[in-house]
Design a binder for this molecule. Structure first.
Ligand code: NDP
Length: 331
């Protein structure tokens, strides 16, 4: 038997409920590699899956948790042996498959990567899906010519998971980071991660009819989208790129959007960590182990247990979580 956060659905009312339960090993859907999970995390999608599912969860009862790190217990795939430390992000685990909010998980070998050298399983999950996505976004900006001498780089939703990791990595790489937040009380935290200046969310959410504004940002990691992305695109420098990862501020973008693309050659790069092939995920994890300041990582972590997850799932959907929530599934 082992502990898991199980979400059940009442078919009559359509309502879901999440609670920690004891599960038998036989109830765990069997795949190629069984992992004793050490840590999982709370991402925005987890908030959706702990709650009503938002169309992501395929069937109930369900165990959410879109990422985890732990130790291989059993493997039918030659790439992994019992005792190997592994990390999982993406592949719709925690949505279409049972995920990391449990002491055991069973997944396809293709979905795993070996724990990168230099990281503990706890550090790997302090990074987690949000941090991996931040790294993929920075790599995409660099692939499109971003270098520290080009000017300030904007990070939106900066106090959240993606934003915190992006801020810390960019600062470590020598970029001048302007961190956008709607929570002024997080200014000290963002400065401690390396942000050179704080931009108030309200300064970027007001919709303007202007087709272009002053060229300000050399690059942007955007976790928010919505009206803010509309404003940011008009403020990008000539030829600069925005790496868009999420929709925490909503999907609809207003305004005369085409102008920055035609007159300023701005690039909008969509970043998705879910189906990243093995080689890309390995490259991103290796960059994280090299470029993320580990002392800053610890400052981002809020520790949690399985029992805390229903509350934290609701908090992240309200934009109330700061940094990265690391769930010790054995606590
Ligand atoms: P968090 O909730 O940790 O961070 C989101 C941040 O966005 C909040 O902390 C808040 O930052 C800001 N925010 C929230 N609501 C609004 C709003 N209405 N208007 C403007 N800003 C807002 O989530 P994550 O960082 O984990 O994820 C961010 C987004 O990225 C989500 O949409 C998520 O689904 C997506 N994502 C995508 C991935 C991919 O592979 N593409 C992987 C991981 C996440 P502040 O208080 O500082 O303003």
């Amino acid at each position: 038997m082992f502990n898991a956060l199980v979400v059940t659905k009442d078919e009559a009312s359509g309502k879901t409920a999440a609670a920690v339960q004891q599960i038998s090993d036989n109830d765990l859907p069997q795949s190629e590699v069984r992992v004793a999970v050490d840590y999982s995390t709370v991402n925005y999608k987890d908030g959706l899956c702990i709650g009503p599912g938002a169309g992501l969860v395929r069937s109930y009862p369900h165990v959410p948790g879109i990422d985890f790190a732990g130790t291989v217990e059993q493997s039918s795939d030659a790439r992994y042996q019992p005792g190997d430390k592994v990390v999982l992000t993406g592949w719709r685990v925690g949505e279409a498959h049972w995920g990391g909010y449990a002491q055991k998980a069973s997944v396809r070998a293709d979905w795993l990567v070996p724990l990168p050298k230099g990281l503990t399983t706890r550090q790997a999950m302090a990074v987690g899906t949000a941090g991996l996505t931040a790294m993929l976004a920075i790599m995409a900006l660099e692939d499109h010519g971003l270098t520290p001498d080009r000017g300030e780089v904007l990070v939106t939703g900066a106090a959240g998971g993606v934003g915190s990791v992006a801020t810390a990595i960019l600062a470590k790489l020598g970029y001048q980071v302007a961190a956008v937040t709607g929570r002024p009380e997080t200014a000290g935290y963002l400065t401690s991660l390396g942000a050179a200046r704080i931009v108030a969310r309200a300064d970027l959410t007001e919709v303007t009819r202007k087709p272009l504004e002053a060229e300000t940002w050399a690059g942007c990691v955007d976790a928010v989208s919505g009206p803010m992305l509309g404003r940011v695109l008009k403020q990008m420098k000539y030829g600069a790129s925005v790496a868009a990862v999420g929709l925490a501020g909503g999907a609809p973008i207003e305004g005369a959007l085409i102008t920055p693309f035609i007159l300023r050659g701005v690039n909008l790069l969509g970043i998705d960590s879910v189906m990243q092939p093995y080689a890309n995920r390995l490259r991103a994890w290796e960059r994280i182990a090299r470029d993320l300041p580990m002392d800053k990582l610890e400052a981002m972590v809020e520790p949690a247990t399985l029992a805390d997850l229903p509350r934290l799932g609701a908090d992240i959907l309200r934009g109330q979580v700061r940094g990265r929530v690391v769930v010790d599934v054995n606590a």
